[in-house]
Design a protein around this ligand. Structure first.
Ligand code: RFL
Ligand code: PHB
Length: 391
C-alpha cells in the first residue's frame, strides 16, 4: 500500500492526527496492535483543557463534548479540615471540561469511519524502515495473518510508551529524562453520582486522594498506594473507607456517597521525555514521546497539542516538500511538553505523601499559599486550564 503518512497507534494522538490530516487533504493509514473493541473500552484520562476543546470543535469533532461533556470552572484543593475552591475562569479566563478519553476515542473512531479512514486493528509485528530516506515504510502482520507493507512520505509514531516507534529512534542521537515515583494510584470507576460538583484534590497524612467523575451518574476516584500494590488486597469496603477518610467525609457536613465499583486498577507514576521527537521521516507524538504522572491531567491534552502542531507540518512536507515546520516540530512541541512535565511533577510533589515529615510541612505551606494568594492560584490555574496550543 502507498499513502502520505503511516500512523502507528489508534489512541487519541493517532486518530486525531488522521482526522486533521484528512481535513488538509493528506491521506493516511492507521496501524493499531489492539482490537477496536479493546481500544474503545480502555479507561484513562478524563479532563480536557479549553484549548483541546476549542481545537476539537474547530475541526468538527466537538459535538460529543458539547452534548456529553461538563464544563468546570475550577477544582477544589484540600487538606484535613480545609477545602478551597480555585476558580480558573475568574483567575485566568479559561475553564476545563470533564469528558472521558473513552468517549473522545469513540468520537474519533466515528469521525474516521464516516470519512472512510483506512485503519488496521489487531495487527502485530509493526516495524519501521528506511527512516533516513524520503520513502520510509512500515511492515506489519494484519489480523488475518497476512504480511503488509505501507510506503509513505512520513511515519507518525503515535504508539504510546511501549510501541516500536520510540524504540526505532537511534539511541546515540537521542536524549531522555525519567523520574519514577515511589507510589502509584489505585483508580476506581463507580456507578454513583459524584459527591462533588468539581474535582477534589486532597492532601492527607494517609496519602493523596482524588475525586473525579465521568458523568452525572459515574464517579472516578483515586487513592495514593505503595508501588507493587495488588488490587486484590483492596476490597470495595476498604477502598470506600480510605476515600472517606482522605476526602474528609463528615467534615462541614460533606458526605462521600459510595456505590458499586465497576473497575479497579493500579497505575504506576512516571515522568519521561524523549528528545528530539523526530528522526528523519519519523515523528513521535503523544505518549510515544513523553509520559506525565496523571496528577495534572495533562497526558491526553499533550497528545492533542502535539498532533495539532504535527498535522500542518506533515501537510507542508507531503504537499509542498516544505520542511520548515517539520524541522521545527520537535523543538516547538518540547517547549509545551516540558511546561506540562514541570506542572505534573509539581502537582504530584505537592499532593503525595513522601514519608518525610519535612516534605509534609513544605507541602502544606505550598497548599496554603496556592489557595490564599491570587498570584499562587493563578499560576496553578493557568497551567491546569492549559496554555494556548503553540505555547
Ligand atoms: P495511547 O492512548 O497509549 O495510544 C497508543 C496506541 O498505540 C497502540 N500501540 C501499537 N499499535 C501498533 N503496533 C504496536 N506495536 C503498538 N504498540 C502500541 C496502543 O495499543 C494504543 O492504542 O497514546 P496517545 O494516543 O499518545 O494518548 C495519550 C493518552 O492516552 C495518555 O497520555 C493518557 O491516557 C495518560 N493517562 C491518563 N492521563 C490523564 O491525564 N489522566 C488519567 O487518569 C490517565 N489515566 C493514562 C491513564 C494512561 C494509562 N496508560 C497509558 C497505561 C491510565 C492508563 C492505564
Ligand atoms: C480522571 O478523571 O481520570 C482524572 C482527572 C484529573 C486528574 C487525573 C485523572 O488529575
Amino acid at each position: 500500500m502507498r499513502t502520505d503518512v503511516a500512523i502507528i497507534g489508534a489512541g487519541p494522538a493517532g486518530l486525531l492526527l488522521a482526522h486533521l490530516l484528512a481535513q488538509d487533504g493528506v491521506e493516511s493509514i492507521v496501524i493499531e496492535a489492539r482490537t477496536k473493541e479493546y481500544v474503545a473500552a480502555r479507561i484513562r484520562a478524563g479532563i480536557l483543557e479549553s484549548s483541546s476543546v476549542d481545537l476539537l470543535r474547530s475541526v468538527g469533532v466537538g459535538a460529543g463534548v458539547d452534548a456529553g461533556g461538563e464544563e468546570h470552572r475550577g477544582i477544589y484543593l484540600q487538606w484535613p479540615s480545609e477545602r478551597h475552591h480555585l476558580d480558573f475562569v475568574d483567575l485566568v479566563g479559561r475553564s476545563v471540561w470533564v469528558y472521558g478519553q473513552t468517549q473522545l476515542q469513540a468520537d474519533l473512531v466515528a469521525a474516521g469511519e464516516a470519512a472512510g479512514q483506512q485503519a488496521y486493528y489487531g495487527t502485530s509485528d509493526a516495524a519501521l524502515h528506511d527512516l533516513e530516506t524520503d520513502r520510509p515504510y512500515v511492515t506489519f502482520t494484519d489480523s488475518d495473518g497476512a504480511a503488509q507493507r505501507v510506503d509513505a512520505a512520513a511515519i507518525a509514531g503515535c504508539d504510546g510508551a511501549f510501541g516500536p516507534s520510540r524504540a526505532a529512534m537511534p539511541a546515540d542521537q537521542q536524549e531522555s529524562w525519567e523520574r519514577v515515583y515511589p507510589f502509584s494510584w489505585l483508580g476506581i470507576l463507580a456507578d454513583v453520582a459524584p459527591s462533588t460538583d468539581e474535582l477534589i484534590y486532597a492532601w492527607h497524612p494517609d496519602g493523596f486522594a482524588l475525586h473525579s467523575m465521568r458523568s452525572a451518574t459515574v464517579s472516578r476516584l483515586y487513592l495514593q498506594v505503595p508501588n507493587g500494590t495488588d488490587v486484590a488486597d483492596w476490597s470495595d469496603e476498604r477502598i470506600w473507607g480510605a476515600l472517606a477518610t482522605r476526602l474528609g467525609h463528615g467534615q462541614n457536613g460533606w458526605q462521600l456517597n459510595p456505590g458499586p465499583i465497576t473497575e479497579k486498577s493500579v497505575l504506576p507514576m512516571r515522568s519521561f521525555v524523549q528528545s528530539p521527537m523526530r528522526h528523519g521521516r519519523l515523528f513521535l507524538a503523544g505518549d510515544a514521546a513523553h509520559t506525565v504522572p496523571p496528577t495534572g491531567a495533562k497526558g491526553l491534552n499533550l497528545a492533542i497539542a502535539d498532533v495539532a502542531l504535527l498535522a500542518p507540518a506533515l501537510g507542508a512536507l507531503v504537499h509542498k516538500n516544505d520542511t520548515a515546520a517539520a524541522d521545527a516540530y520537535s523543538s516547538t512541541a518540547l517547549r509545551r511538553v516540558w511546561r506540562c512535565e514541570h506542572f505534573s511533577w509539581w502537582m504530584t510533589s505537592m499532593l503525595h505523601l513522601s514519608g518525610d515529615p519535612f516534605d509534609a510541612q513544605l507541602q502544606l505551606s505550598q497548599l496554603r499559599w496556592v489557595t490564599s494568594s491570587t498570584a499562587g492560584a493563578a499560576g496553578l490555574a493557568e497551567n491546569y486550564a492549559g496554555l494556548p496550543i503553540g505555547f
